[in-house]
Design a protein around this ligand. Structure first.
Ligand code: FAD
Length: 414
């Protein structure tokens, strides 16, 4: 299939699945659902072109299973030129704590892998996914969903133009303030951290050699992540709100100088820094992952602090798992939005979502705490990781693989 399926003034469209939200998780879900033969409609404002998307300074470190998913969706080829391999993850305790943890390096080669994954600019990733969706998703609607009503057989979505879409299943990928989640009556647990995050990129004099370094400090962390240019890295700077507000207000020279102080000699002199944007640091989990003809995907289901590169990887696993459940329901002649399919999706995703949400929350809180026993426990754990290669390999595997089986589209092609 090819050609643009964008509907300008959609009226009374019916489909198996309406995916709401054209962020990376939603577009990947629509592509995966189209791949398994579902009649799918993708609804949401078109993502901005990367050249105009100055405000999205984020990159996404995507793990190998996410990369395998992009390969199966035929998106990876267009991303190779902008993807940088992550070969080593270094963790450095840069705190003033009395019990500082030893530095530690996780190497992909210890797992016989060329890389843990690849770092890709968010805006380019989203645009590439959307370009592929134009070719393979049966219908694209570039409007917002205003309202959703459910009955026994379907969900009826009212669009901003007043057009309607009737779907047996709604895949809610409409981000942290999800209309789909609210319309389905799904409650959330929401919590805040006393932190802000800045995403940017910078140039440095020494090559990064595929190494990502996380400097852990009181109130947060500073993480450098390789970019394809060996002398450029992405940056996630998490700190107290007053620190990140001040950093956002700096001019480029002041920011570069502050960055140099924090990085020391790790990458040599910092030669320039790119545009910066700030993001809230918060946590959210939906109390149900599926209910009322609605399955939640990506940040509509879970939001976590940007440490450990878990957020979008989890969102892509939601997308791939939903495609499996819908494919099975359709093959059995069942309703893809019926109770059996929704229960299967929620079961497939709950342990992965819960374990990542709790793990990232604990890691972040352990950086925020001034409690000596917690800092000491962290130090002992890190020393253990340093000393015992099998423990280090186990932790790497837990970081890379979900606790349950990978969805079919994330398994490497035979
Ligand atoms: C600084 C930072 C660094 C990060 N680094 C990483 C990383 O290295 N690795 C990783 O895995 N994750 C990372 N993340 C997390 C990752 O960026 C997010 O998980 C991901 O971008 C969320 O994608 P999404 O599609 O779920 O949501 P969004 O990108 O928020 O997309 C939601 C979409 O829904 C649309 N929408 C909203 N309401 C409606 C409506 N009513 N109708 C139709 N459409 C609607 C919006 O327009 C939007 O396009 C990072 C996050 C931050 C803040």
């Amino acid at each position: 299939m090819s050609g643009d399926k964008t509907q300008d003034k959609p009226q009374d469209i019916s489909c198996d699945v309406a995916v709401v939200g054209a962020g990376p998780a939603g577009i990947a879900a629509a592509l995966a659902l189209a791949h398994v033969g579902a009649d799918v409609v993708l609804i949401g404002p078109e993502p901005p072109k990367p050249s105009t998307a100055q405000q999205d300074t984020r990159t996404a470190a995507l793990l190998t299973s996410s990369v395998d998913f992009l390969k199966r969706l035929d998106v990876w080829e267009t991303l190779q030129g902008v993807a940088a391999p992550l070969k080593v993850v270094r963790i450095v305790d840069a705190s003033q704590s009395l019990v500082r943890s030893p530095d530690i390096a996780f190497k992909a080669s210890d797992l016989d892998l060329p890389a843990f994954g690849y770092n890709i600019p968010n805006a380019v990733l989203t645009a590439s996914l959307y370009a592929r969706a134009r070719d393979t998703v049966p219908t694209l609607i570039t409007e917002s969903v205003e309202r959703i009503e459910h009955d026994n057989a379907s969900a009826r979505l009212t669009l901003s133009s007043n057009g309607t879409v009737t779907a047996r299943l709604v895949a809610g990928a409409d981000g942290r303030r999800s209309v789909c989640r609210e319309a389905a009556g799904i409650e959330t647990r929401v919590w805040r951290y006393d932190q802000g995050a800045i995403a940017a990129s910078f140039h440095h004099a020494r090559p990064h050699d595929g190494v990502s370094t996380e400097f852990h400090k009181e109130h947060g962390s500073l993480t450098t992540v390789p970019m394809p240019d060996p002398l450029q890295s992405a940056l996630i700077w998490i700190g107290s709100p007053s620190e990140t507000d001040a950093l956002m207000a700096c001019d480029d020279a002041e920011f570069t100088a502050g960055l140099q102080t924090r990085l020391g000699d790790t990458l040599g002199p910092v030669t320039s820094s790119g545009p910066r944007a700030s993001f809230p640091v918060a946590g959210l989990t939906a109390k149900q992952l599926a209910h009322n003809r609605t399955a939640l995907i990506g940040e509509a289901a879970h939001v976590m602090p940007p440490i450990g590169a878990q957020g979008l990887n989890l969102g892509l696993r939601d997308a791939a798992a939903l495609a499996d459940c819908v494919a099975r329901a359709l093959a059995r002649g069942q309703d893809p939005g019926g109770l059996a399919a929704l229960t299967e999706f929620a079961r497939a995703r709950q342990l992965d979502v819960l374990s990542r949400s709790v793990g990232v929350d604990l890691l972040n809180r352990s950086l925020l705490t001034g409690l000596l026993p917690v800092q000491a426990a962290r130090g002992v754990f890190m020393a253990g990781l340093n000393a015992f290669a099998p423990l280090r390999r186990l932790v790497m595997r837990v970081g890379l693989e979900p606790p349950s089986a990978l969805p079919s589209l994330m398994r490497p092609a035979a």
